[in-house]
Design a protein around this ligand. Structure first.
Ligand code: PEP
Ligand code: MN
Length: 288
């Protein structure tokens, strides 16, 4: 870890707080709970998600519109149309949104519509993309590569930081191993180590780590107990019908239940999970 200059803690209490919207931040005492589908599939789907999660202790929505799929024949995401759906939902429901950026050419549009730009595992070492994200000031959620060491992960964050963007959030999402029961292995040791080594907020994605919905809630709890600053969890109005990652999607009631359970756990740990005040945001029927 010798070459990292900007990501490492300089003194024990050194901690960056990344501001996501007026009301939402990560890295402080409040935890960030993010829920939403793997992919944005339709306006109706995202309305169902936002109206269900909007009154729960969940502070941001997720949904991919550019999807990195193993097969080129699988659904690749709605692209710009999906981004417009996210922008509409964000505005009408008063919830910040997180979506993945796969290419430099997508940065401008995503930074215009979304609050946080996610760099997926498969792009953790796409250095040109990281450098370009260093030139904006929107928060970047950097997911750990499928088989990245912690040093490689921290150095990827260093690319964004050294190009001028201090708003980097790290995300552990499971790493490749030999067992096939779980999709990946959730590396909670990495969460503890990253919290000790760096001043950046650390999130956990238990959905892509587990790959099976029945494992997700307990892994989310373990992540918070291990010191994570937040979790990002996949959920869907009709989990079995999800176009991508159906097997790991929670139902919306299960997502709300998880967020409420995490509130109790957070308070035992001296942290909190706020419910957003969304005064002025009365979900209106879309005109689209
Ligand atoms: C996702 O968040 O939908 C995703 C593709 O995650 P990862 O890059 O961690 O596989
Ligand atoms: Mn997914």
């Amino acid at each position: 870890m010798q070459k990292a200059k900007l990501a490492l803690k300089r003194y024990p209490q050194h901690q960056t707080i990344v501001q996501i919207s007026d009301q939402v931040s990560i890295g402080g005492e409040a935890l960030l709970i993010v829920g939403g589908p793997c992919a944005v599939e339709s306006l109706a789907q995202m309305e169902a998600v936002a109206s269900h999660l909007g009154n729960a202790p969940i502070q941001a929505l997720r949904g991919g519109v550019y999807k990195p799929r193993t097969s080129p024949y699988d659904f690749q995401g709605l692209g710009l149309e999906g981004l417009e759906i996210l922008a509409d939902i964000r505005q009408r429901y008063g919830l910040p949104v997180i979506t993945e950026v796969m290419a430099i050419a997508q940065i401008e549009a995503i930074a215009t519509y979304a609050d946080v730009l996610q760099v997926g595992s498969r792009n953790m070492q796409n250095f040109d993309l990281l450098k370009a994200l260093g030139e904006i000031n929107k928060p970047v959620l950097l997911k750990r590569g499928l088989a990245a060491t912690l040093e490689e992960f921290v150095m990827a964050a260093e690319y964004i930081l050294s190009h001028g963007n201090p708003n980097v959030i790290l995300c552990e999402r499971g790493i490749r191993s030999f067992d096939t029961y779980t999709r990946n292995v959730l590396d909670l040791g990495a969460v503890v180590a990253l919290k000790q080594l760096t001043h950046l907020p650390v999130m956990v994605d238990p959905s892509h780590a587990a790959g099976k919905r029945e494992l997700v809630p307990d892994l989310a709890k373990a992540a918070i107990a291990a010191g994570a600053d937040g979790v990002i969890v996949e959920c869907h109005p009709e989990p079995e019908q999800s176009i991508s990652d159906a097997r790991q999607a929670l139902s919306l009631p299960d997502m709300v239940h998880l967020a409420e359970t995490l509130q109790t756990l957070a308070s035992a740990l001296g942290r909190s999970i706020p419910t957003l005040s969304r005064a002025g945001h009365f979900p209106r029927l879309s005109l689209v």
